[in-house]
Design a protein around this ligand. Sequence first.
Ligand SMILES: Nc1ncnc2c1ncn2[C@@H]1O[C@H](COP(=O)(O)OP(=O)(O)OP(=O)(O)O)[C@@H](O)[C@H]1O
Length: 220
Amino acid sequence: MLAMTTALAEFPALEALSPQTLEASGLSLSRGGLRLVEGLDLALAPSGALLLTGPNGTGKTTLLRALAGLVRPDAGAVAIGDQPAGQVAADTLGWLGHADGLKPNETLRHALRFWADMHGTPRTAILPLMRVMGIGALIDRPAGQLSRGQQRRAGLVRAALANRPLWLLDEPAGPLDGAGRDRLAELVAWHRSRGGSVIAATHQTLDWPGAAMLDLGMYR
Ligand SMILES: Nc1ncnc2c1ncn2[C@@H]1O[C@H](COP(=O)(O)OP(=O)(O)OP(=O)(O)O)[C@@H](O)[C@H]1O
């Protein structure tokens, strides 16, 4: 199903994921008194991908936060696997928000070691994932000396190092160039080939095979 040009052998061998289903039913969301989403049903199976689109301010980030359990819905519920409704186990979500989780004065080596250690992922996974994202040569550069696109690539490595089955990515390709978007597609294809799933909010066209699309502009 998933076309990949990067050989799977170039990706690190991580502990197997525990794939999860995600189901939202009758979800209604508001922010600042404005109804953003009304009665939304969605389902995502292991290996699935969903792209959230829509103009600025239509609620893509809010929906991602609701799926992560960070925003309380006005109505409806989110269920992940057999986890209790409204609760998400700590080892389920790989989250990449607008921030990349990097400190300006820290080298990528230092920062990504921290994140790998925090998630119990072997440090040997760092460099292969950086190479997949095309930033292996930047490992000893402080994050503050990198371009926005390079920082985003490092943020994606950080998210992958968490080795979680359900990725929620907010504008993962925002500052990426075409090559960066191709590398992101490879990273996502690898994740899906392991049973992982992904939901991403995007203003970019992302060519992820078989990805479902949800345009939040329809509620406007
Ligand atoms: N802290 C807040 N308090 C009140 N309203 C907010 C707050 N944050 C966001 N909003 C409102 O919620 C709506 C949805 O915002 P959200 O960030 O989810 O949109 P988005 O689709 O992700 O936008 P973008 O494409 O610009 O990232 C917007 O209309 C915004 O004004």
